[in-house]
Design a protein around this ligand. Sequence first.
Ligand code: MEV
Length: 311
Amino acid sequence: MVITSAPGKVILLGEHAVVFGQPAIAVAVDMRLRCHVHRHDFFLMNGAPLSHKTHPYVQSAIAKHWSGEPLAVETHSDIPSGSGMGSSAAVSTSLLAALMVLKGGRVSEEELAREAFDIESVVQGRASPTDTSTSCHGKGVFVDSRAGERLLWHIQRDVREWYIHDCEVPRMNLVIGYTGVHAATGPLVAKVKRYADRTVFARDIIQEIGGIVREGITCLKANDMEALGRLMTRDHKLLAILGVSHPSLDKLVRAVLPYSYGAKLTGAGGGGSMIALTDQPEKAAEAIRIKGGKPFKVSTGEGGVRLEDMR
Ligand code: MEV
């Protein structure tokens, strides 16, 4: 039996635009998914027969990375699935780490990030390596189209390339508001792609989001939460113009703003979750609850994928 775990993540700034080569900042948060793997008579996922239809990430990881006897995989997660908090990336990275341990190999953060991104691309279609790299590395990650200081690794796909950097992030209080509306990432990414292919206006919005992310890096360095919050709220408005918000997200963002430096949707949108940057987490959480969302008070600084136990 091998037990591994990986953190959830939130994107502070830059989702969607990062798929088109713009920068993004993502942080791991203190919610984890644990993955238990042991040899078994047939392939099982959380007690049910493994199937591509219901467990595409797990099935794809096993198909590519395991040729041994059948395995039983079980996940125990603090991260709601389809919530925009990186549960699919956490499944892929923690399972791949467990498979590497079972094969007796060395677990390399960079190799895991590459392989997990491949799985995400196969299952989701168009994607960026933001979620999977954040799940592997933990803490904070800055994704850019060129190499800078604290470079971790470089990932290329067709003509797009991403340089993944370690990003120093101060300890921040974030409140996540889960709308309860499940939204698949792939179709939302495809929708933005169609919009960007058709109009200069959408391409300009994507570029403007990139500019906001660069300003966000300056705010993080200066530990200026007020300015960072303002950028987050602006980013939310631009994401709404791109068509990836949802009435349930806009409602929660509006509700938390009186108690927050800023707030925005996080991840793919279309439902899923929003985040508030706040020094009044109780009040922000209550505002989310009153509007029908499920609040999670989280903090940054969480470590990446790791081996928990081996028996
Ligand atoms: C999803 O968490 C983030 C997106 O930017 C997609 C991606 O980067 O692969 C919407």
